[in-house]
Design a protein. Structure first.
Length: 151
């Protein structure tokens, strides 16, 4: 069914829900997994235009997605990881096309109408931009420490 699944992570407690769901789905389909995180700090958004070095935030984000990839590889999945910078929805949709993914699987926060109108929704933007199906799995909010890691 699916051969290559793109999984955007936001480096928060919400990631656990989508990782577990995709782990089972990918094993069932014998699909490979591509994990992507779109860094959104000032340095990340300007790294290309200003020819900046990777920031501390980006280094931590890269380590995070590499750890997530390693855990999926331990479970028997072929994985790749990407660290992108810029507009999250655009970067995710572009990565799906570039990496030849046939599914994008994302965790959502379950905002209600007012918050989505005020803040927008990356998942909603990806859904409109993407040429491949988008699977949305509602994540759970848990207390977290720095950078969204569970406490």
């Amino acid at each position: 069914m699916y051969k290559r699944i793109l999984v955007p992570l936001e480096h928060s407690a919400y990631d656990d829900a989508i990782i577990e769901h995709v782990r089972r789905l990918a094993l069932f389909c014998k699909a490979s997994v591509v994990i992507i995180h779109v860094a959104d700090g000032w340095a990340a958004r300007n790294v290309k235009q200003l020819n900046l070095r990777e920031s501390e935030e980006m280094r931590v984000d890269r380590e995070y997605i590499e750890q997530r990839c390693a855990a999926l590889e331990t479970a028997g999945l072929e994985t790749d990881c990407l660290l992108a910078a810029g507009d999250p929805a655009r970067e995710i949709a572009d990565a799906a096309a570039r990496e030849q993914c046939d599914l994008i699987a994302m965790s959502t926060h379950g905002h209600r109408f007012v918050k989505d109108v005020l803040y927008g929704s990356v998942a909603n933007e990806v859904r409109h931009m993407s040429r491949v199906p988008v699977l949305l799995v509602r994540g759970e909010s848990r207390p977290s420490g720095p950078r969204g890691t569970p406490t």
